[in-house]
Design a protein around this ligand. Structure first.
Ligand SMILES: Cc1cc2nc3c(=O)[nH]c(=O)nc-3n(C[C@H](O)[C@H](O)[C@H](O)COP(=O)(O)O)c2cc1C
Length: 240
């Protein structure tokens, strides 16, 4: 009996040592590494985005090459790349404030929010894009990667994305002029904006996919939108 106890004690000690060695040797899991980049940077209340660079690949090539890409590398995207994606979606392209994507009555009901999981030099949080000043303002500090992926039905492409761009709409802006048709117009506008972002991603050599599969209530809650504003569509982007 004593011999058996000794033997079992020896086996248990060996297993403990084995687990410790394995834990030290294996280091953090890949999943833990992906997406932590933003945590190591200081918080910014606003980020002035780099000026857009118009030397892309051309619209025909971008249309011809566009495909939904759902797998990304662990690399960061750059602030220049994020700047281009936001400019393509909602950037100001005229002196009177006209934007990159068409809008019924030029009423611009759609807002863009960014959850930057891995954007060079950008701290974790939720940022709102201000087209007129081409800058981002911090809405909430913190790492929202897991929450956002969860609200998007746990889709891996959202979890692995370097940046998640959420389109919300303030329906009243369009409804004051177009009444009941505003809902339809806003959905059309989200399509325009999304396609611009997707084609810009192709031009930049990034992978992207539009995501409609998410809980509106959950995303609204995460963004902390006010009454009358609601999430509509998501574009996720990453390096391939
Ligand atoms: C309104 C809409 C919602 C979509 N939602 C998702 C989604 O939640 N997740 C996803 O992986 N792809 C989503 N997609 C991408 C489609 O699956 C994709 O466009 C389709 O398979 C055709 O492939 P392609 O984009 O490479 O041409 C969505 C596309 C649209 C237009």
């Amino acid at each position: 009996m004593e011999k058996l106890k000794e033997l079992l004690g020896g086996v248990a000690a060996f297993l403990v040592v084995l687990v410790i060695v394995w834990a030290i040797w294996s280091g953090p899991a890949e999943e833990e590494v992906v997406g932590v980049e933003c945590s190591s940077n200081p918080a910014q209340s606003e980020i002035i985005l780099p000026e857009p660079d118009y030397s892309g690949i051309g619209v025909e090539k971008a249309i011809g090459k566009r495909r939904s890409v759902r797998e990304y590398s662990v690399e960061n995207i750059t602030l220049e790349e994020l700047s281009m994606l936001l400019w393509a979606g909602q950037g100001t392209t005229s002196e009177w404030g006209g934007r990159a994507a068409p809008s019924a009555g030029a009423l611009y009901p759609i807002e863009l929010y960014v959850v930057p999981n891995r954007v060079e030099g950008v701290y974790c949080g939720i940022y709102k894009y201000l087209p007129g000043e081409h800058k981002l303002v911090l809405v909430q500090e913190g790492d929202f990667r897991e929450k956002v992926a969860g609200a998007a039905l746990g889709q891996e492409c959202v979890w692995n994305a370097a940046a998640v761009i959420v389109m919300t709409s303030v329906q009243e802006r369009t409804a004051v002029k177009y009444g009941e048709r505003s809902e339809l117009y806003i959905a059309m506008e989200a399509g325009h904006i999304s396609e611009n972002i997707l084609l810009e991603a192709v031009s930049l050599g990034l992978g992207a996919v539009p995501v409609g599969g998410f809980s509106t209530e959950e995303i609204d809650g995460i963004l902390g939108v006010e009454e009358g504003e609601s999430s509509l569509y998501i574009a996720v982007v990453g390096k391939v």
